[in-house]
Ligand binder design. Structure first.
Ligand code: NAD
Ligand SMILES: N[C@@H](CC=O)C(=O)O
Length: 484
């Protein structure tokens, strides 16, 4: 097992080397639970960012022609390194992101699962044979790696959002340049240290740090970067789509969410309450597939609100290193201010506010779990992604009306419905305009499923066969005059 200090890297990883920024320019990274500085990362200037693309481009020529079994072996060695260093990676994640340590361990497993899954999938990205109308011709396709892939990721899942992209791209034969969120770079750099140990040490996998705008402009402008895979907010996704247009980049966009959770009159209330608690408060509410609006049939509404509030008020709020904590800090104080503003807006417009006083919060970046009852479409919480432990619920009477209400958003990532009626399951699955629909469960993700959204929640899918195709080009060939 690699020691904690060996995996704690304060340098960028480019072309298999650990580098600083020119003039030793750095940015500080803090612990969101305490505000203490935990380290510094290089603020790479344009020349060194260019060097990362140069390294990835040079490596691509070699990596694309590397035997698929060799690629798979290196990815599996990377996976093994993550397993052996699970606790170190989890502690590093809690330190910089704040999530409860149990969730951090779960994310290490989740992140590693993408590497294992794509290590094998890379051996199965097949072309097709096309029956020729002319018997003297032979037609078909081959799947080829697109080239250098730019990867930009958020802070809420510091490891999994990287491996979900990089493992697929590397398995396809591409090389990658990763820019992690400035709030959570150390998880990414520890991943790079394990990649180096696994033999990804010659420009196949690069992690750059520094000014986000400077990095993305570099990645978008360089024609050797043939694809950009982004996970983050919809406004930034829109900007990157604009920036990538000039070089016609292949774009994968995993953006914001506003998930509805619908409890129908024939739902199992115990399952619905437990699922709603998990769907709202996982990742301390900072989750793209979090249940942002809850709709409960009027016949169950009062009971649901009472049970949900009891479970919510029992959640332990504290430092992520405390094994008893269910809810950790938010990443920024401004995230706390936004949650307070959404709650105030809802209350000013008639919502009931249920929960413990914010004065009991154990620190400046903690937001105490809160339930807004009797919400209406006029309230900001109905259309804005809370990204905090702030739940919102209202009653409904009619299935068609609640589907229309659930769809009344620019987002379309995940949706959840609780019912035991086959007819309703079919109705809601067809009626909900979301890329992913969970029925009687919120446990919908994994490396084997196509994760992604409709409308302004994104473009493309991550995970499963679809996740591999984001990094492959289909080349059609037509062989004339091939006498049989
Ligand atoms: N769909 C998904 O799979 C998924 C997963 C996780 C998070 N998200 C979404 O991400 C958002 C929260 O994450 P966040 O706060 O890190 O998002 P963000 O958009 O602020 O940042 C995401 C990444 O983009 C970079 N970035 C920020 N400004 C940039 C700019 N002007 N140009 C280029 N890059 C820039 C950041 O440094 C970070 O690396 C939420 O909306 C959440 O729903 C979506
Ligand atoms: N919870 C999502 C990440 C989005 O925040 C996932 O499981 O991929």
């Amino acid at each position: 097992m690699t020691s904690e200090t060996e995996l704690f890297r304060e340098q960028a990883y480019v072309g298999g080397r650990w580098i600083d920024a020119a003039e030793q320019a750095t940015r500080a990274v803090d612990d969101p639970a305490t505000g203490e500085t935990i380290g510094h990362i290089p603020d790479l200037e344009s020349a060194r960012l260019q060097g990362a693309i140069d390294a990835a481009d040079a490596a691509f020529a070699r990596w694309r022609d590397t035997a698929v079994t060799t690629r798979a072996d290196k990815l599996l060695a990377w996976y093994d390194g993550m397993q052996k260093n699970r606790e170190t990676l989890a502690r590093l994640m809690t330190r910089e992101q704040g999530k409860p340590i149990a969730e951090a361990r779960g994310e290490v497993d989740y992140a590693a699962s993408f590497i294992r899954w794509f290590a094998e999938q890379g051996r199965r990205s097949n072309g097709v044979n096309i029956p020729a109308e002319n018997p003297d011709m032979a037609l078909g396709t081959v799947e080829e790696p697109v080239g250098v892939v730019g990867v930009i990721t958020p802070w809420n899942f510091p490891l999994a959002m990287i491996t979900r992209k990089a493992a697929a791209a590397l398995a396809a034969g591409c090389t990658v340049v990763v820019k992690p969120a400035s709030e959570t770079p150390f998880s990414a750099l520890a991943l790079a240290a394990l990649a180096e140990q696994a033999g990804l040490d010659d420009g196949e996998f690069n992690v750059v740090t520094g000014d986000a705008q400077r990095v993305s402009e570099k990645l978008c402008a360089d024609t050797r970067v043939r694809a950009l895979s982004f996970t983050g907010s919809t406004p930034i996704g829109r900007q990157l789509l604009r920036d990538g247009a000039d070089t016609v980049k292949r774009m994968s966009m995993e953006l914001g969410g506003n998930a509805p959770l619908i409890v129908c009159e024939d739902a199992d209330l115990d399952t619905a309450v437990e699922s709603a608690i998990a769907a709202r408060f996982q990742t301390s509410g900072q989750d793209c597939v979090a249940a942002n609006r809850m709709f409960v049939h009027r016949s169950l509404y009062d009971e649901f609100v009472e049970r949900f509030a009891d479970r919510m008020n029992a959640l332990a709020v504290g430092n992520g290193f405390d094994e008893a904590s269910d809810i950790g800090p938010l990443i920024h104080e401004r995230a706390v201010e936004k949650a307070k503003a959404l709650a105030d807006d809802a209350e000013d417009n008639g919502a009931r506010v249920i929960g413990r006083a914010q004065a009991n919060a154990p620190g400046a970046r903690f937001f105490m779990p809160t339930l807004l009852a009797d919400i209406t479409p006029e309230m900001r919480i109905f259309s804005e992604e809370a990204f905090a432990p702030l739940a919102a619920v209202c009653a409904f009477d009619d299935d068609d009306a609640v589907i229309a209400s659930a769809n009344d958003t620019e987002y379309g990532l995940a949706a959840y419905v609780h019912t035991h009626s086959d007819a309703r399951i079919r109705k809601f699955m067809r009626g909900l305009d979301y890329g992913m629909v969970g029925v009687n469960t919120m446990d919908i993700t994994g490396p084997h499923v196509p994760f992604g959204g409709m409308k302004q929640s994104g473009l493309g899918r991550e995970g499963a066969h679809a996740g591999m195709q984001e990094y492959l080009e289909t080349k059609y060939y037509c062989l004339g005059d091939v006498p049989v």
